[in-house]
Design a protein around this ligand. Structure first.
Ligand code: CLF
Ligand code: SF4
Length: 297
């Protein structure tokens, strides 16, 4: 039920499968992979695959143009009536591909105004796009925040590309962190609902994520989703190749429990692919490839 949420927030979360644990049993989301480029490097990423900020590494999504994406959204919405949310979450960073991302939102809003728009970003470019996010009625934004301390950050991010320049080491992590927190404050002051994703990396940011949790809570984030690092060596990520392990299920739960008293924790994330379709955990992306959709039309 609505619990003790204010009415205007309840309206936004009640049929969003990621923001409401209850809604995920009934409502579906879909992603369209329109955003190939990225402006940072994470040590848990392999660029051949989907953005690992929201995704299972090692998954390759079918990339679409904004027009193809909008047509796909309409086709899926007509076949899956519980599909309430369109998210753009990769395969790179949606805000490193702003024209493609916002063009897709514009086309969908015109043809299917009931579908809620959702976005997931690493946050580096976020402050530059808050106005557009608001103008396009994007109600939900996820920022992946893995640290607020550049000393931790330099172990996770080898570089960022910011204002036409490449930054490395602590400088890179400092810029990224400042931009993420600034973007978060701007969004929450516009009353846009924010979820924070954090990738739990044992020995690197596991204990530090309690500090991250406090920092994002104090800036108005609505939900915190701590996800396990997936680092199988065959995925070819830096962490995978250097033997960095992911957390055990017990370690993950212990950290989520520790943060639970502070704010809402998401515990039903399924680490979706950049072209996921369907209920969380019931991925139907293979039913909606370009080839299959063209035979429906
Ligand atoms: Fe997609 Fe993300 Fe929007 Fe949801 S997924 S952009 S908030 S509509 Fe959801 Fe998937 Fe977890 Fe993401 S289960 S990976 S949290
Ligand atoms: Fe990879 Fe996503 Fe990180 Fe970019 S933000 S490097 S696509 S995991």
């Amino acid at each position: 039920g609505a619990g003790d949420l204010p009415e205007e927030i309840w309206e936004k979360v009640k049929n969003h499968p990621c923001y409401s644990e209850e809604a995920h049993h009934y409502y579906a989301r879909m992603h369209v992979a329109v955003a190939p480029a990225c402006n940072i490097q994470c040590n848990y990423c392999n660029r051949k695959y989907d953005c690992a900020n929201e995704s299972r590494p090692g998954v390759v999504s079918e990339k679409l143009t904004p027009e193809e994406a909008a047509n796909k959204v309409l086709a899926v919405a007509s076949l899956i009536p519980q599909m309430t949310v369109l998210g753009i979450a990769g395969p790179g960073d949606p805000l490193a591909n702003p024209d493609k991302t916002f063009k897709t939102f514009e086309l969908v809003a015109k043809k299917a105004p009931d579908i809620k728009l959702c976005l997931s970003t690493n946050g580096l470019a976020l402050p530059d796009h808050v106005k557009r996010i608001k103008d396009f009625n994007v109600d939900h934004v996820t920022i992946t925040i893995n640290m607020i301390d550049p000393e931790v950050g330099e172990k996770i991010y080898p570089w960022v590309f910011y204002k036409h320049k490449r930054y490395k080491g602590r400088d890179a992590a400092k810029i990224l962190s400042e931009r993420q927190l600034e973007g978060l404050e701007m969004l929450t002051s516009e009353k846009i609902l924010c979820k924070i994703n954090s990738v739990m990396i044992p020995g690197i940011n596991d204990e530090h994520l309690v500090e991250v949790n406090k920092a994002v809570k104090s800036r108005g984030a609505f939900l915190h989703n701590i996800m396990p690092l997936i680092s199988a060596p065959e995925h070819g990520t830096y962490f995978g190749l250097t033997g960095q392990r992911g957390p055990t299920a017990q370690e993950l739960k212990a950290l989520q429990d520790k943060c639970e008293g502070q704010m809402n924790m998401m515990r039903h994330c399924r680490q979706c692919r950049a072209d996921a379709v369907g209920l969380l955990g019931e991925d139907r992306s293979s039913e909606f490839t370009k080839e299959k959709l063209s035979s429906i039309e």
